[in-house]
Design a protein around this ligand. Sequence first.
Ligand SMILES: Nc1ncnc2c1ncn2[C@@H]1O[C@H](COP(=O)(O)OP(=O)(O)O)[C@@H](O)[C@H]1O
Ligand SMILES: CC(=O)N[C@@H](CCC(=O)OP(=O)(O)O)C(=O)O
Length: 302
Amino acid sequence: MPDSIKNVDHIGDFTLEEAISKANTLIEAMGWIRQFRGKTTVIKLGGSILDDPQELMHILLDVIFMESVGMKPVLVHGGGKAINRELAESGIAPNFVRGRRVTDLPTLAAVEKVLAGELNVFLTQEIERLGGRAMNLSFQTTNVLFGQKLVDRPDEDLGFVGEVTRVDRNVIEGLSYTDQVPVIPSMCEGDDGQHYNVNADTAAMAVAQALGADKLVFLSDVNGVRRDKDDPDTIIHSLSSAEARELISSGVINSGMIPKVEACLETLGRGVKKVHIIDGRLRHSLLLEIFTTKGVGTEIHP
Ligand SMILES: Nc1ncnc2c1ncn2[C@@H]1O[C@H](COP(=O)(O)OP(=O)(O)O)[C@@H](O)[C@H]1O
Ligand SMILES: CC(=O)N[C@@H](CCC(=O)OP(=O)(O)O)C(=O)O
C-alpha cells in the first residue's frame, strides 16, 4: 500500500475495509448491469406488500436503481386487498372464482377508484418522492391496456372481468427516452369504451408479452410456489411447466396462485425468457433476483 494512504482508516462513515467491500460490490454488479442494460423487466406488484410502506419503499428503490443503471423496469400493479377494503365500506363481500373477482357494476366502480385512481397515482408519486421518475398510465391519463370481456368457461359469468388483447407498446417504450418508469394498473378498455377489471397477474403477462420482456417478476407476499402453501420451507425453487400444470390440477397450487402460475406458463410460451415468483417482503428481493446467479423464489421454466 502506498505510504500516502497507509494511515487512512476511515472513508466518510466507513472503515477502510467496509469502503473497499462496498466498492467491490459495485464492481461485481458491473457484469450483471452490462448484461441487463437496455433490457425490459416487467414487475408485477400485488398483495399485502402494497399495504406496507416500508416494504414498498424498498421495492421502489430497487426499481429506481434498475432504471438508473439503464435497465427498463415496467410496473404493473394490482391491489386486491385495497379493493376489498373499499368494498367493505359499502358492505360488499369479496367474491372470487378460481382467483378472479366476480365484478358487478358497483364492484367495478370500487376497482376503478382504487386501481386506476388512488393506487396508481400513489405509486407514481412515491417513485418521484424517492428520487426517480415515473408516469402513471391509466384511464385518467393515457390508457395502454385494451381488451374485452373474459369468457373463461362458457357456463360461468364473472361480470366486468376483462382480458387484455392489445397493449400500446409505443407509449410504454416511449417513456424510456425521458427516464420515466411506466406504472400500469390492471384494468383494460373494450372497443366500446367499457372498462374491465383484469387480474393483475394476467395483465402483467400481457404487458411482458407485448414488450418482448427479458424477465417477468411477480412480487408477492409468499416466498414462491410451495408444496404446502402454509409452509415456507416447502418452496419449489425450479418448476417445470409440466409440473406446474400437475400441481394446479392436484390442488397444491390454488386460489390466488392459480392466475399467477397460469400467467407464467402462458408467458413462457410467448418468448419471455425468464419468469419468477418472489417474495416482495424480502428486502431487495428484486435486485437479488437480477444480480445473483441462483436468484430467489420460484423460477418457472419451459
Ligand atoms: N402452492 C402454493 N404456494 C404458495 N402460495 C399459494 C399456493 N397455493 C395457493 N397459494 C396462495 O396464493 C397466495 C398468493 O396469491 P395472491 O394472494 O393472489 O397474491 P398477490 O396478491 O400477491 O397477487 C398466497 O398468499 C397463498 O395463500
Ligand atoms: C379480475 C380480478 O380478480 N382482478 C383483481 C385485480 C387486482 C389484483 O389482481 O390485485 P392483486 O395482485 O393484489 O391480487 C381484483 O379485483 O382483485
